[in-house]
Design a protein around this ligand. Structure first.
Ligand code: MTE
Ligand code: MO
Length: 493
């Protein structure tokens, strides 16, 4: 068996897939670094309280004695490291999800071909003796020796184990820990989330997976160089050890240079044309993200003991006089406007809202930046409001307007699909942890949609508008964060 495999060169499909994998792995690592920069603190606990992180990549202090928001904690990342670099969480995520789709597809085809062609014997150990043999190889390398040629069948035991682990363990581990951070998946499968220790632990594990991948790449490349760069490149690039090493090294390094140039140019392009990048990459991501957003339902039901002792704030509270007056009078003059494509437009006072049958839920809030926290929310199910106002048949979207401003000084608004309003845990919340909703968390009323990312849950609600098209609103992307920060409209991941 061994001799047969040793004779196998690298078939063309394997070499092409190796290159595709390299391109997308690089994009995933780069965009992953971008995403970490948006909230550069990693936790093992569920509450994301500053100071309890096990690792951070920021020297920014936590402001004391004033309200601060988590957007202030973003760290720009150099485009040498991150895709596309700077403070670009939205675009970084587009690159990440875009790459995931092609990386996973490539991986699946690879595994299928591996088994279909018999090449699997390269990777998958067929005897327990691989472990002592691998240890032996490890000792050989660590004492600065190179195993004899006879140890490679075609890989040496340590190499074979490492490759098999990366393909069959590390790859799936990254997919699982990535999925474990999606609010839609977590809301649909709370037990899966618990298994990973919650979203923060999933994020930390995902990051450790990234480090493991980087470590693998460094060792892998180093060994390719040490154990015979020319012949190895000959196999990787041309498929066989033909003795055309110069050509192989030339082609190999040339292709690698092209890949790096592509990273640089595509990052530069997406920073120069963020809207185009959002639409182009987002159009592809949509295939992955939209089903998650639209199919999942929230079954979250945390226990009171899970409630976060501390809950981060994002988004600046309203600054205008109108809201200040409302607030000064304890919101007695507050009215929530319900308008647009409805049978019965209306104005609801707080007293009218309080008179309706409320619902309570203990759920996890997931900010797109990466932090999360658990709280108990009380409010009116949106289904109840729908029954009262009766949306017209052509109503497809619901626009939530607020009293606060986004980072460009426009009204903060977000658009949600009408279908999400039917979800059992979509409520207009007026209490948080058994207290009236605190000012910084969106008093007097905010939205909760428990399968979505936090930016969709508009605080300081002013009006709810039913519409058939959101494209004519402002920049037409479906919300403040989509307009100004190029986030995706489907916020399930
Ligand atoms: N009106 C308004 N609502 C908003 C925001 C905002 O800036 N303005 N920020 C959103 C974001 S990004 C998040 S993560 C949550 C934060 O909710 P919290 O401050 O209660 O934690 O509110 C969302 N709702
Ligand atoms: Mo957020």
């Amino acid at each position: 068996m061994h001799t047969v495999v040793a004779d196998l060169g690298f078939p063309l499909w394997l070499r092409v897939q190796h290159l595709i994998n390299l391109i997308f792995m690089g994009l995933l690592i780069r965009s992953g670094i971008q995403i970490v920069g948006s909230y550069p603190r990693l936790y093992w606990n569920r509450h994301s309280e500053p100071g309890t992180e096990w690792l951070k990549f920021t020297r920014k202090p936590i402001p004391k004695g004033r309200t601060w928001i988590t957007l202030e904690q973003e760290e720009p990342v150099s485009p040498w490291l991150a895709q596309p670099g700077g403070n670009n969480l939205g675009l970084g995520r587009h690159w990440h999800f875009f790459s995931i789709m092609f990386w996973v597809l490539n991986g699946v085809i690879y595994v299928i071909l591996l088994f279909a062609t018999g090449e699997w014997v390269r990777l998958i150990p067929t005897s327990w003796s691989i472990f002592p043999a691998a240890l032996h190889t490890f000792v050989t390398y660590i004492t600065l020796h190179i195993p004899p040629a006879s140890a490679f069948h075609p890989y040496d035991p340590l190499q074979q184990l490492a490759y098999a682990s990366v393909v069959f363990l590390l790859g799936p581990f990254l997919i699982i820990t990535g999925a474990g951070q999606s609010p839609a998946i977590e809301a649909q499968f709370p037990r899966f989330s618990r298994l990973l220790g919650g979203r923060q632990s999933a994020r930390s594990l995902h990051f450790l997976g990234l480090l493991a991948f980087i470590a693998f790449i460094i060792v892998h490349v180093a060994l390719v160089v040490i154990t015979g760069f020319g012949p190895n490149m000959d196999k990787i690039v041309l498929g066989q050890d033909h003795g055309s090493e110069g050509l192989a090294v030339g082609i190999g390094l040339g292709v690698l240079a092209l890949v790096f140039i592509f990273y640089g140019l595509s990052s530069w392009w997406s920073r120069r044309n963020p809207r185009k990048a959002q639409l182009a990459l987002g159009g592809v991501d949509h295939l992955l993200v939209a089903p998650l957003s639209n199919v999942t339902k929230s079954h979250q039901d945390y226990a009171p003991k899970d409630i976060s002792p501390f809950f981060l704030v994002n988004g600046w509270p309203p600054q205008d006089a109108e809201f200040a007056t409302l607030r000064a009078n304890d919101y007695v003059d507050y009215h929530l406007t319900i308008e647009g494509l409805v049978e019965h437009p209306m104005q609801l006072s707080l007293a009218q809202l309080y008179a309706m049958e409320p619902q309570e839920q203990i759920t996890q809030h997931n900010c797109i930046q990466g932090w999360s926290g658990i709280a108990k929310w009380k409010g009116i199910p949106m289904t109840y409001i729908l029954n009262r106002c009766e949306p017209l048949p052509n109503a497809k979207y619901v626009v939530f307007h607020s009293y606060s401003k986004d980072t460009q000084g426009h009204e903060y608004y977000e658009v949600l699909d009408l279908a999400l309003m039917q979800h059992p845990q979509t409520i207009l919340a007026y209490e948080m942890n058994d207290q009236p909703l605190p000012y910084e968390h969106g008093a007097p009323v905010r939205l909760r949609v428990e399968t979505q990312l936090g930016f969709k849950m508009v605080k300081w609600l002013r009006a709810i508008e039913f519409t058939d098209d959101y494209r004519r609103i402002r920049e037409g992307q479906g919300g403040s964060r989509e307009d100004e920060k190029y986030y995706e409209r489907d916020a399930g991941i």
